[in-house]
Design a protein around this ligand. Structure first.
Ligand code: SF4
Length: 182
């Protein structure tokens, strides 16, 4: 018999996700840089400052192929969903920042588990080396996602941009032109 998904924080987690309109990238960003998560929560991005960048972003969005069955999936945007096997996929170009990426795909697996009552797993596919890893909704991941949601709520209501130091990610961060670091 298929095991049902049960988590005593499901209702509170879903309520917070709905209220704050959280999605997968929030859970990735908050594990990389709190300032980046804050900017994303408050919809601050470089495109607002540069219309040419905005045009390029729109072009990229319309040319990036995603699994159409994921469209309209209550704000989720995974790369592919296997509804039969209950696996949600996320493709990444490199294997970097694995902890943060696992939180992103873990969020998808959790939301699908809450919505369907089945236990979903995540799968991260690294395109450069064609390897993949499984992300299981174990107690550690559930505790991590819960803690991330609390941190995101705190950042959401924080009107001041949080402090940030230069980290390795800054070199490729789209927010770097106006971030300033500290
Ligand atoms: S430039 Fe660096 S410190 Fe600033 S938001 Fe990006 S990752 Fe964070």
């Amino acid at each position: 018999m298929t095991q049902r998904f049960q988590w005593n924080r499901s209702a509170a987690f879903s309520e917070r996700v709905d209220r704050l309109e959280l999605h997968g990238l929030h859970f990735q960003h908050v594990n990389l840089c709190e300032r980046r998560a804050w900017m994303y929560l408050h919809r601050v991005n470089f495109a607002q400052w540069n219309s040419r960048v905005a045009t390029g972003a729109a072009h990229q969005a319309t040319h990036y192929k995603r699994d159409r069955s994921t469209v309209g999936l209550f704000g989720l945007a995974p790369d592919r969903v296997d509804w039969d096997q209950a696996i949600v996929f996320e493709n990444k170009g490199t294997g970097g920042a694995s902890g943060a990426v696992d939180r992103q795909v873990g969020f998808y697996a959790l939301m699908l588990s809450i919505a369907t009552g089945r236990i979903w797993t995540g799968r991260v596919q690294v395109l450069t080396n064609r390897r993949w890893r499984e992300v299981s909704l174990d107690d550690a991941l559930l505790d991590g996602l819960w803690a991330d949601s609390l941190k995101l709520e705190q950042l959401f209501f924080n009107e001041r941009v949080p402090g940030a130091h230069r980290i390795g990610l800054c070199a490729s961060c789209s927010l770097a032109p106006f971030c300033g670091h500290d």
